[in-house]
Design a protein around this ligand. Structure first.
Ligand SMILES: [Zn+2]
Length: 586
C-alpha cells in the first residue's frame, strides 16, 4: 500500500492530465504539508545510496536541510517523515559521498591549461610545433610549457635544447616534464637565471638534483659557446642538454613569472567544473604557496569556488609564519593543517632515492631533495603546531628513512595520521613500518599503469615486489587515501578505479593486470576516495559517508559504479556540495 506521501509523488508523475488531477494533487499537497512534522530542503529518493559505512549499508532515500544530512533511510520512512521543497527521484541510480582526490595539484593544472600544452606530444617536433602555434597566438614574454614525456617518443631519450635555441634565441622558454620533476630550458633562460652557477655554488641544490649532460664525446661546447650560455665551473664541461631535475630547477623556478590572476581564476573554475562532472567534490592540494592560499580565498569569497580544499603548505618561511600565526586554519570550504615535503624526486627522471643503484644507471641512487636535518626540523614544527606532515616518497630508501622519522610522532600521538605521499617503491621488509609508525599511505593507482612501460627497467625485476603495492600498504595501515596527482595523470576517478581494481590502463593493458596481486577491491578503492580520504584530512565528521549530521556533499552517478574488466566511462548525473546542486547533466 502507498503512503499518502508516496501517492503524491506517484501522482506528481501522472499529473496534469486533467484539471481534476491537479485539484486533487494540490489538496493532497496542502494536506500533507499540514500533516508533516519536519520540513527539509531536499529529499533524494528512489536511489541506491551507498552510505560507505563499515557495514556496507545501502539505503533508498536521504533528507537534507541547510546543507546537512538530516536522515538516511528506507524510501517510505523518509518520504513519510519529511516534507521537502524539492524531491529528486534518482531513478534507482547509484549515490555516493562526493569523491575526494587525495593528492592533486589544482594550481599546476590551472597553469598547465594556460601554458603550452605538451601533454601527449609524440615527438620533439610536435612539441616545437605546439610552442610556435601557442606563441603566435599569445605572444608571451616568457614561454612556459607543461607535460612533455620523452618516454612517448620514438627514441625515448631526454631532449636537448639546441633546436629550441634556434627558434627562440632571445626569449626565455621553460618546458616542464609531465611529472613536474624535470624541465627543459633554452639557453636564454639558463643564462638569465644563472642556474648553472647557482647550482654549482649551493650544496642543497646540487645534492638534491642534477643537470642532464649531452654526451661529451659527441657534443662539446666551445669556450665561446660556454660563455654564451653562462656555463661556468669545471664540472659542467661536456655540454648541458638544458634539462635539469628536481632541486637543480630551483633558480629557474625562482624567476618564473606567474600568469595573470584573472587567467588563473578562470582556469581554476574550469577545473572545478571538470571535477564536478566526475563527482569529485574535494581535493587535497599537495603543495601550496601563500599567494595561492589567498587566490583560493578570493574565489571562495565570491562563492565561485565551492570545492572542499584540504591544503598542504610548502614549508617556506612565509607559510611557516602563516601556520604559526593561524594554527589549524579553516576558511569556508578550505582547511589547512598540513605541510607537504619533497623527500625525493620521481622515478621517471631517476630522482627517486633508492637503496641500491638504478638498474639502468649503475652509478646512480637518486637523492633526497630535503636533507634529513631539515626533515627533522619540519617534523618538530608539525608536532608543535598540530600539523600533519605529508612527505613525497617514491624510492625505497626515502620511504624507509621517513617511516623511521615518523616513528617519533607516533610515540607522542598514535592518531597523528602523518602521510607518505606515493609510497611508490617500498622494500617489502619495510612494509610493517607503516603499521608500526601508524603512517597513512596516500597512493595514486593510475601511476602504476602509466609507469608500467618503464618502471621495471629503472628498478629491475627483484624490486617490483614492493612497487605500486597498494594491497600490501592497505593491509598494514588498514586504510589508503587515493588520488590521481593530476595534472600528472587525468582527473577521471573511474580511471583510478580501473587501475586500482583491474590494474589496467584505459586501453585495458595489460590483459592480466600489472602486478595484479596488488589489486584492491572496488569497495576499498571507493573508500579510499571517500571515507579514508576524509580520515586522511581529519574531516571524517563532516565528509566521507552519507550519514546524519554530515555535509550533504554527494553525487548521483549516471551509470552504476562498477569496475568492469574493460574500462567503462562514467560521470556524475548530479553533484551536490552541502546540499547545493553544483553540477547536473540536465
Ligand atoms: Zn604530486
Amino acid at each position: 500500500m502507498l503512503s499518502s506521501n508516496q501517492s503524491i509523488i506517484f501522482e506528481k508523475k501522472q499529473t496534469m492530465k486533467s484539471p481534476i488531477a491537479i485539484v486533487l494533487l494540490l489538496s493532497l499537497l496542502s494536506f500533507s504539508s499540514c500533516m508533516k512534522g519536519e520540513s527539509v530542503d531536499t529529499v533524494i529518493h528512489n536511489a541506491q545510496i551507498h552510505v560507505m559505512d563499515d557495514k556496507g549499508t545501502v539505503q533508498d532515500a536521504v533528507a537534507i536541510r541547510d546543507g546537512i544530512i538530516v536522515e538516511v533511510g528506507p524510501e517510505r520512512q523518509i518520504l513519510n517523515k519529511y516534507s521537502a521543497d524539492e524531491y529528486i527521484d534518482a531513478q534507482k541510480k547509484d549515490v555516493y559521498p562526493g569523491f575526494t582526490d587525495a593528492h592533486a595539484h589544482i594550481l599546476s593544472y590551472a597553469r598547465q591549461k594556460i601554458s603550452v600544452d605538451l601533454v601527449g606530444c609524440k615527438s620533439y617536433d610536435e612539441m616545437l610545433v605546439r610552442i610556435e602555434k601557442y606563441q603566435s597566438k599569445h605572444n608571451r614574454k616568457f614561454i612556459i610549457g607543461r607535460g612533455w614525456d620523452q618516454s612517448l617518443w620514438k627514441n625515448g631519450e631526454m631532449p636537448t635544447n639546441d633546436r629550441l635555441n634556434e627558434l627562440f634565441p632571445d626569449i626565455p622558454v621553460c618546458l616542464f616534464r609531465i611529472d613536474g620533476h624535470a624541465l627543459l630550458a633554452n639557453e636564454y633562460l639558463m643564462k638569465k637565471s644563472d642556474v648553472v652557477n647557482k647550482v654549482a655554488n649551493d650544496p642543497e641544490l646540487s645534492s638534491g638534483g642534477y643537470f642532464i649532460h649531452i654526451d661529451p664525446v659527441t657534443t662539446v661546447y666551445t669556450k665561446e659557446e660556454q660563455k654564451k650560455i653562462g656555463v661556468g665551473g669545471a664540472t659542467m664541461i661536456g655540454g648541458l642538454s638544458g634539462v635539469m631535475v628536481d632541486n637543480a630547477m630551483n633558480p629557474i623556478l625562482d624567476i618564473l613569472p606567474d600568469f595573470p590572476e584573472s587567467e588563473l581564476k578562470q582556469a581554476i573554475l574550469e577545473i572545478q567544473d571538470e571535477l564536478y562532472s566526475y563527482g569529485i567534490t574535494g581535493v587535497h592540494e599537495a603543495g601550496m604557496q601563500q599567494h595561492e592560499v589567498q587566490l583560493f580565498k578570493k574565489l571562495m569569497d565570491k562563492d565561485e569556488l565551492q570545492l572542499n580544499i584540504y591544503g598542504m603548505l610548502m614549508p617556506t618561511p612565509e607559510n611557516i609564519a602563516f601556520a604559526k600565526q593561524e594554527g589549524i586554519y579553516e576558511y569556508k570550504s578550505m582547511l589547512i593543517r598540513s605541510f607537504k615535503v619533497y623527500g625525493d624526486g620521481a622515478l621517471g627522471s631517476r630522482g627517486a632515492f633508492l637503496k641500491e643503484a638504478y638498474s639502468d644507471k649503475h652509478d646512480h641512487h637518486g637523492y633526497l631533495c630535503t636533507s634529513m636535518e631539515r626533515m627533522k626540523e619540519i617534523a618538530d614544527m608539525c608536532t608543535e603546531l598540530g600539523y600533519q606532515m605529508n612527505t613525497h616518497a617514491i624510492g625505497d630508501s626515502t620511504n624507509r628513512v621517513m617511516l623511521e622519522l615518523y616513528q617519533g610522532i607516533n610515540e607522542i600521538n598514535p592518531d597523528h595520521r602523518w602521510r607518505i605521499e606515493h609510497a611508490q617503491i617500498v622494500d617489502p621488509a619495510d612494509f610493517e613500518l607503516f603499521a608500526k609508525a601508524g603512517v597513512f599511505p596516500s597512493v595514486q593507482p593510475t601511476h602504476a599503469v602509466s609507469d608500467q612501460r618503464w618502471a621495471e627497467s629503472r628498478i629491475g625485476e627483484h624490486r617490483m615486489k614492493g612497487a605500486y603495492a597498494y594491497k600490501s600498504l592497505l593491509e598494514q595501515f588498514g586504510m589508503v587515501a587515493i588520488g590521481t596527482d593530476f595534472p600528472v595523470e587525468l582527473t577521471d576517478p573511474f580511471l583510478t578505479i580501473h587501475a586500482a581494481v583491474n590494474r589496467k590502463n584505459s586501453d585495458n593493458f595489460p590483459g592480466a593486470g600489472f602486478l595484479a596481486e596488488e589489486r584492491i577491491s572496488l569497495d576499498e578503492c571507493l573508500k579510499g576516495m571517500t571515507i579514508w580520504s576524509a580520515m586522511a584530512s581529519f574531516q571524517e565528521n563532516q565528509l566521507g559517508t552519507i550519514e546524519k549530521g554530515k555535509d550533504a556533499t554527494l553525487v548521483i552517478f549516471e551509470s552504476p559504479v562498477k569496475a568492469n574488466e574493460s574500462f567503462t566511462p562514467n560521470f556524475a548525473y548530479t553533484t551536490f556540495i552541502k546540499g547545493k546542486k553544483v553540477y547536473s547533466v540536465e
